[in-house]
Design a protein around this ligand. Structure first.
Ligand SMILES: NC(=O)CCC(=O)C(=O)O
Length: 264
């Protein structure tokens, strides 16, 4: 599976401009790869106070834009996330479309990030981020979600072999980004494909440094701070090789964990 992360800069609150940027990159690279990944909130950025005007009604625009590109270029697209508006409810929602243009995944960010005011404007999702691409079980999560290892583990226990992470992660916590992503790959013995944005908005400078990490924790590709595309080939068989070498999934002791679970 050849994978590309489009580490684009995002124009604040300007969906049409951001769609042009995404389109330009997808046209350039899509024919050479199997999967294209976009960053978190790639249409609007974190222009949360104007979401009522610029959010995507039921995600329809994002779904049709991504489906058409996927069909045209015969590529799977993990479509970052967009601000989705359903009646008065806003969510930070990822759509995944396969190369036939079918929407095969929808996931709304489960953990809202208070430091960037998400809790004031968005509702949290309540479903898992599992989907399948070319018969490989994958999971998609959004940015702050990576700080919750139990949530990522739940996806691994449901069979996820590739974890897609889409983000707007600030430069000031770059070391958390790299460390958490590497830990999620090692502890779940899965590939981690993490697409962050580049550039800045009125409140933050973002880190870039999109990463593709193998199930042993090796970094296969990494962006710098500027807008760029990172591409690498991953071999899904490596997941089973690593899981056979150190069999953490059969060595787990869920019966004992349950006995000592702290009740809130
Ligand atoms: N967009 C986000 O969820 C940012 C999360 C973040 O910066 C963190 O430190 O966690």
């Amino acid at each position: 599976m050849n994978i590309a992360c489009i580490q684009m800069d995002i124009a604040f609150g300007t969906p049409e401009k951001n769609k042009q940027t995404a389109l330009r990159y997808i046209e350039q690279i899509a024919r050479d790869v199997d999967v294209v990944v976009l960053p978190e909130l790639w249409t609007t950025g974190y222009d949360l106070t104007r979401l009522a005007h610029i959010a995507d009604e039921n995600g329809e625009e994002a779904k049709s834009f991504l489906s058409e590109l996927a069909r045209t270029y015969d590529v799977h697209i993990v479509g970052g996330s967009v601000a989705k508006k359903t009646n008065e409810r806003m969510t930070n929602t990822m759509y995944v479309v396969n190369r036939n243009g079918d929407v095969v995944g929808e996931y709304s960010k489960l953990h809202l990030f208070q430091l960037m005011d998400e809790h004031l404007y968005l509702q949290a999702g309540e479903t898992m981020g599992l989907f399948s691409l070319d018969e490989t079980t994958c999971a998609g999560v959004i940015c702050y979600d990576i700080r919750f290892p139990e949530w990522i583990r739940a996806h691994a226990l449901h069979g996820a072999e590739v974890l897609f992470v889409v983000a707007q992660w600030p430069l000031s916590r770059l070391h958390h980004w790299r460390t958490l992503l590497t830990a999620r790959a090692i502890e779940n013995q899965c590939y981690v494909v993490a697409c962050n944005r580049a550039g800045k908005d009125p409140n933050n400078v973002f880190a870039g440094h999109s990463l593709i990490i193998d199930p042993w924790g090796n970094v296969l590709a990494e962006g710098g701070e500027q807008e760029t595309v990172i591409v690498t080939n991953i071999d899904i068989n490596d997941v089973q090789d690593v899981r056979a070498r150190i069999p953490i999934f059969s060595d787990r002791r869920p019966d004992v964990y349950k006995m000592f679970e702290k009740k809130d």
